[in-house]
Write a protein that binds this ligand. Structure first.
Ligand SMILES: Cc1cc2nc3c(=O)[nH]c(=O)nc-3n(C[C@H](O)[C@H](O)[C@H](O)COP(=O)(O)O)c2cc1C
Length: 173
């Protein structure tokens, strides 16, 4: 239990990566951790696109407003919401659920990467149609996060958080 909290609190965003490759077993651990996240009705309305080719990583970095550290990472995973998988059961509400299913997976993947000695960062700033085109995504799928993953080449300090009292409300706002 303590270990889990340590992983949560020690994780920081990593934006500089060593060139060392990530083997398939490690990557599979991270993907499985993503899909171990909760999902509405256990419908798992999320998909993962794994990118290892230099060409596509470069294209993704450019589509992410030139965040070139994305191309530096040995592997990049794009986490997508799969709308019909949830909407066929939940209707319009399923749109929100699919996005929540996918983003819950993202957080698990960031924690899993850290637990495995790797680093990553949640990249949300990108031009969606460009990412969809680069990855040939079907139109019912929305890319929500780009996760470059690799061995950290930096050790950033933890970013500050608001004191929890400022964010917490008891009984009513
Ligand atoms: C929805 C979302 C979008 C983000 N987009 C980016 C991004 O495009 N580029 C980037 O470098 N970091 C991005 N981040 C990472 C945040 O900058 C980072 O999590 C925050 O500064 C706190 O730092 P920490 O992760 O080291 O605790 C994003 C995080 C979230 C949750």
């Amino acid at each position: 239990m303590k270990e889990c909290l340590k992983i949560i609190h020690d994780r920081v965003s990593i934006r500089s990566f060593k060139p060392d490759a990530i083997n398939d077993e490690l990557l599979t651990e991270i993907l499985k951790a993503g899909n171990a996240a909760p999902s509405a009705g256990n419908l798992q309305a999320r998909d993962f696109v794994v990118v290892r080719s230099e060409e596509k990583k470069l294209q993704l970095a450019k589509a992410a407003l030139n965040q070139m550290f994305i191309a530096e990472a040995p592997v990049v995973v794009v986490v997508c919401a799969n709308y019909p998988r949830s909407m066929r059961v939940y209707g319009e509400r399923g749109r929100l659920y699919a996005e929540q299913d996918a983003t819950a997976a993202v957080q698990n993947m960031l924690l899993a990467a850290h637990a495995l000695g790797l680093g990553s960062v949640w990249v949300g700033a990108f031009v969606e149609p460009e990412v969809s085109k680069i990855l040939s995504l079907p139109d019912y799928v929305r890319p929500l996060a780009i996760l470059p993953i690799g061995y950290p080449a930096e050790s950033p300090r933890p970013r500050r958080r608001y004191p929890i009292e400022e964010l917490t409300h008891y009984e009513s706002w």
